[in-house]
Ligand binder design. Sequence first.
Ligand SMILES: Nc1ncnc2c1ncn2[C@@H]1O[C@H](COP(=O)(O)OP(=O)(O)OP(=O)(O)O)[C@@H](O)[C@H]1O
Ligand SMILES: CC(C)(CO)[C@@H](O)C(=O)[O-]
Ligand code: BAL
Length: 290
Amino acid sequence: MQSVQSKATPILYQSISAFRSMRRELQPSIKIGFVPTMGALHDGHLSLVREARKHNDIVVASIFVNPTQFGPNEDFDKYPRRLEKDSELLAEYGVDHLFAPKIDDMYGKNHVTKVDPQGFDDTAEGRSRPGHFSGVATIVTKLFNIVKPTNAYFGQKDAAQCVLIKRVVEDLDMDLNVVVMDTIREDDGLAMSSRNAYLKPDERAGAPVIYRSLSAAKALFKEKKTIESAALINVVRKGLESEPLVSEIQYITVDSKATMQPLETVDEAGAIISIACKVGSVRLIDNAVL
Ligand SMILES: Nc1ncnc2c1ncn2[C@@H]1O[C@H](COP(=O)(O)OP(=O)(O)OP(=O)(O)O)[C@@H](O)[C@H]1O
Ligand SMILES: CC(C)(CO)[C@@H](O)C(=O)[O-]
Ligand code: BAL
């Protein structure tokens, strides 16, 4: 009879104190890889876990749908939550510990402290989601303080978030490395995202226009080597407008890789070209590194 190899599910901690009891027992020299997520895991998240597994002694993932990074009219309530399935997936990828705290534990009734990353509300994504980056900076700081990782893993899909987290770590003298991994895509180019699950079949079929539009701009930059950002933005806009199911373009922006502030011209220093748009009623983001 064949035996079925099943890996142990990660040990689940649903409170800060439970996680801390485990964390205190770890040797100071142990390398801890940390993958923070909001759950509803897909191959994008799992690529981060795989990388963490390769370079660390133990791997911790967190699942927490953080209320303070959602605006009042955003999808906090309907955000997909499926802890059990996520835990099984994390087991397959060798995650040791899963931290999935309750909201009241992370934000007690007397909680008043925010991390306020100056200038990030002025990035394209920040203007589109006021207060979002303070919510992200605050929760990531809290998670880092609890997990105390050696290496923390984030996806390039959330480009401004990666720049923000590197800034917070440097500004607040946190003793850890931030590792940014490439965006993982479906076969047709659509960036994997938990929110893709909201797309209706026709919207899902139309959504790869985002990647195609970014790829057209990337090809143009490769050809010209130095180019006005406006020309790249035009190409992307035309691409997006060719898909009738793109119902709203929130921004197309060409920004500095270091600051996410807009650039007039792109040269050999490169840039990040980012999109936020709605396909039907679903807001999607994506970017290309030039
Ligand atoms: N396609 C992807 N490729 C690589 N990393 C990704 C991808 N999608 C998400 N990540 C990364 O996974 C981490 C957790 O992200 P999150 O849980 O918000 O997933 P998400 O799919 O981006 O969800 P959402 O739909 O809310 O944007 C973040 O560092 C994020 O950048
Ligand atoms: C980093 C993060 C887990 C903080 O809530 C979230 O913004 C995300 O999933 O990208
Ligand atoms: N992936 C970034 C988390 C958010 O959209 O709130």
